[in-house]
Write a new protein. Sequence first.
Length: 287
Amino acid sequence: MASRKRSTASSKGGPSNTGCLLWLIVLVAILILFLVNIGKIRATLESTNFREVVKTQREKEPDKPQPVPSAPKVEDELPAAPSDKPAAEKPTPEPQSGTGSTAPAEQPAAAKPEPVQKPAAQKPAAEKPAAGSAAGSATAPAAAKPVPTRQAQLFFVRIDDDGIIVRVEVKRAVPASDSPLSDSLGALLKGPTEDELRRKLISLVPAGTRLLGAQVRGSTAFLNFSEEFMYNHYGIEGYAGQLKQIVYTATAFPTVQDVQILIEGERHDYLGGEGVYIGRPLSRNSF
């Protein structure tokens, strides 16, 4: 009877001992796999900068509690390694058991944040040169140089209350050039100024008359006028008056004694239809 109880007890304890031995073998195998692949696991963590990412996230949100990531499932894949490093091999997981312990679960690598670009420092705007500075004065337009002038003797006329035409000498500053005779005659053809008009001075030279040329030969000035010089609506007194203005203005120069009148480059015997003779040089004694 005692032998039967022992055999029964041995038959009952046999399966339980076998199960424990199997679990022990599984745990040893899992431990061996973990120790064999621990280098690959470290390489994967270093290639994904897992520690730096976690440290950066903690620095950015120091007050915010970091959520504890849940353990990934066995079938989850590790993040891909960068292109410049070989990808780490995925460790082969072992089936889990209800009572046995497994290898420590790996935390998923967080996405690597992109580096924050600092805004480029803006260049300070170029300061404008202060007024009166050398840069400002360089761009300022140069002041116009004063035009040299000289004193000219011009002759206009004034009509008295009795209707008598009186010759009046006027001294005026005119621009100086290499042709002083042309300058004086040009100022005469422009007529009296406002101040001279208030003095009741007028010009009997026909309006629109232009000086086409002036040349001195010996003591005679050859003056070439446009066609307008031929027509004077004041009659014979008007013709005489305009000739006096021209002759007296030209002979104000000491080198000119008389004047030969030309119309459009040609010499005429008479001026106008009234018959004022201009076929020869005229002097102040001709009137």
